[in-house]
Every structure is written in C-alpha cells, then in structure tokens.
Design a protein around this ligand. Structure first.
Ligand code: GAL
Length: 344
C-alpha cells in the first residue's frame, strides 16, 4: 500500500493517488472521481487514462471514473417520482439527455479514502455524501465504494443509502484493453457475454425495447471477435451506437461467490494478455467500445486515444430506468452491488 500526491486541481485541492495490489494485479486509484488511473496485470497497464489531472478535466470520456448518481442516460433529462417531476441537467446536449449524473457527477468529486489491509488482500474504502437537491436529485445519499485487489481479482463494491426515494445506479467507466492500453485497437480481441436479451435504442441511444439477441450482432453467447467489420456493419442498432454501445441483460446461472455474495458470470473479454472475466449482481452491463474517441486528448505517455482503442464493461441497471419506474433506491433501503474483474 502506497500513496502520494498525484497532482493538484486548478482550485488547489490535492489529488492523491493510492496503490493497492500484488505482483500480478496492481491498481492506482485517485481520490478525484475515484478514478482507476492504472490497472496493471503482470506489470502491463490495461486501462486508459492520464498522467496529469488536466487530462481528466478536459477530455469528456469519464476515464476510469466512478459514475453516479445515475449512470448512463435519462431521456429528456427528466423523470417523475412519487408524483413530482424532476428536471435534470441535459449535459448530453446534442441528444437532450442527462448523462452519467449531470454537470458535476461522482466522477468529478473528491472522495474520502481510507486504506485497509486484511488477509484477503488490499482495499480502499471511498466515501461521499451526495446532498439532497444536488444535480436536482431528491435525497441525501451516503455512498461507499470499496476497491479490492485479492490475488488475481479486482473488485468494486458499491453501497449507498438515501433518506428519500431517488434514482440510483452506479458504475465505473474503465476503458480496458486486453493487449495492454498501448496495444492498439480491440479489433483482435474477443468478447463473450452471457446475455439473451439487449436494449434496442432509438436515435438518442435511449432504450425502446428489450429484445432477444438471437440473429443480431449482439449475440455474444459464444466468443466473438470485436472486429472493425462487426462494429461498423450495416446493422441498424450498431449504426445508432456508431459501434458497440449497448445494454445487455445478463441471463445465466453460472456464478461465483465473492465477499459473501453470489455474482453471475457476465462476460469474458480476452486479448494477448489473457482473459478478464466479469462477474456481477447488477441485472445489466453496458458495453461501450470507445466509439466516440477520435484521437483527441492522448492518453498517458502520449498514447493515441483512438476509436475502439478500449472496451468499457459498465455493470448497471438498464439506461433510462427512472422513466420505466426502475432503478429507484427507496428511502432507508440499501443499494449493494458488486463488479468483480477476475484475470484468468
Ligand atoms: C458510455 C456511453 C457512451 C458515451 C460514453 C462517454 O457509458 O454508453 O454512449 O456517452 O459513456 O463518452
């Protein structure tokens, strides 16, 4: 366990980096946005990000960050809950959507961080109080996120309690590349997903229906190459997302036990470095292949931040949940979900 001053925010606040892990898996986490700044597998960094805080401030990609209070999109930036309509920031202005928690989401907050070591491994406990009315959401939410590295496992445990009913849906927006982040696009890497259904989306990337993946390019039930041809084919849904940027519903009984919970085997993402298996207890995962990266804002070490240069596997509830009466955290109830990335 090690910590050091990573950089300073423009207003002078310190951005501290914390390192946890072992010889096989090592993570560097920032108190700013709870960002996973580095994720080393056998010494090779597999995550997109920056050497200086400025990169995170100017790029719009949510690199490695914690996302909340509501990850993904909310249509027309509004929802009605308990008879009250709430207007949120339409920070994805081109589509008039609320995206990833609004103007100042959890990715832009300074979190309190407490390191912890036990016989299982090394952990960081991040906490944040998200006040009532912040970003116009109802209720004060006490949020706790635990990052753990134990053997070949890297996990993120999300917990929260609100004093009023509120939409709540957290994820992490890590850009992963299983050739190593310096290893070019993901076109030679494979993805397998235990999902029988997906959300088909409209032009605003808002789900319109839950449909079977059968016969579509989204049938990843057997491993598929994430080739350029697959992601830029003529399929209407692929065209809408400019490639893979879709929500899949995890449907499998294959599971593992982790920190006392049963997590479903959601996906396997594999490249030259090996396979990364994702286990989770959220109902869905958004797969986003970095379609909107276009060579701007180079990553650490001057690496090209190119289109399809990484894959995000965002465990979550389906997008726009509050407008279907889903993903509501009731006052006093506990939000408790985990994403486990296992290197195999
Ligand atoms: C993803 C989302 C993409 C894009 C990205 C941020 O979660 O699915 O459409 O908005 O975040 O650049």
């Amino acid at each position: 366990m090690n910590s050091y001053l990573f950089d300073k925010l423009p207003d002078g606040r310190d951005v501290i980096a914390y390192e946890i892990g072992n010889d096989t898996v090592r993570a560097t986490i920032l108190n700013y946005g709870g960002i996973i700044q580095k994720l080393l597998y056998k010494g090779i960094d597999i995550i997109g990000g920056y050497d200086k805080v400025e990169g995170y401030l100017v790029s719009d990609g949510y690199q490695g960050a914690l996302i909340g209070r509501y990850a993904n999109r909310i249509r027309d930036a509004k929802f009605t809950l308990n008879g009250v309509e709430y207007q949120l920031a339409a920070n994805e202005s081109a589509r008039n959507n609320h995206l990833h928690g609004g103007m100042v989401g959890y990715d832009k907050k300074i979190w309190d961080v407490a390191p912890k070591t036990d016989c299982d491994g090394e952990h960081l406990v991040l906490t944040l109080v998200d006040p009532d009315g912040n970003e116009n959401y109802p209720g004060t939410v006490n949020v706790k996120v635990t990052y753990s590295v134990c053997g070949e496992n890297f996990s993120i445990h999300y917990e929260a309690v609100s004093d009023k009913d509120t939409p709540f849906n957290m994820t992490n927006h890590a850009y992963l590349n299983m050739n190593g982040i310096a290893g070019g696009t993901i076109y030679d890497q494979t993805l397998q997903v235990n999902a029988d259904f997906m959300s088909s989306v409209d032009d605003k990337l808002i789900p319109v229906a839950k449909v079977p993946v059968d016969g579509t390019p989204f049938d990843f039930r057997t491993p598929k190459l994430l080739s350029e041809e697959l992601m830029h084919c003529d399929d209407e849904q692929m065209k809408k997302g400019e490639g893979l940027d879709h929500n899949l519903y995890i449907t499998t009984k294959e599971a593992t036990l982790w920190q006392g919970k049963k997590l479903a085997k959601a996906a396997v993402f594999a490249g030259k470095l090996g396979a990364l298996t994702l286990y989770t207890d959220t109902p869905c995962v958004q797969f986003y292949a970095g379609n909107f990266m276009d060579g701007d804002y180079p990553f650490k070490g001057g690496l090209n931040r190119e289109k399809n240069g990484a894959l995000c596997l965002e465990t979550q509830f389906a997008p726009d949940g509050p407008n279907r009466g889903e993903a509501i955290l009731r006052a006093g109830e506990k939000y408790d979900y985990t994403a486990l990335f296992r290197f195999e």
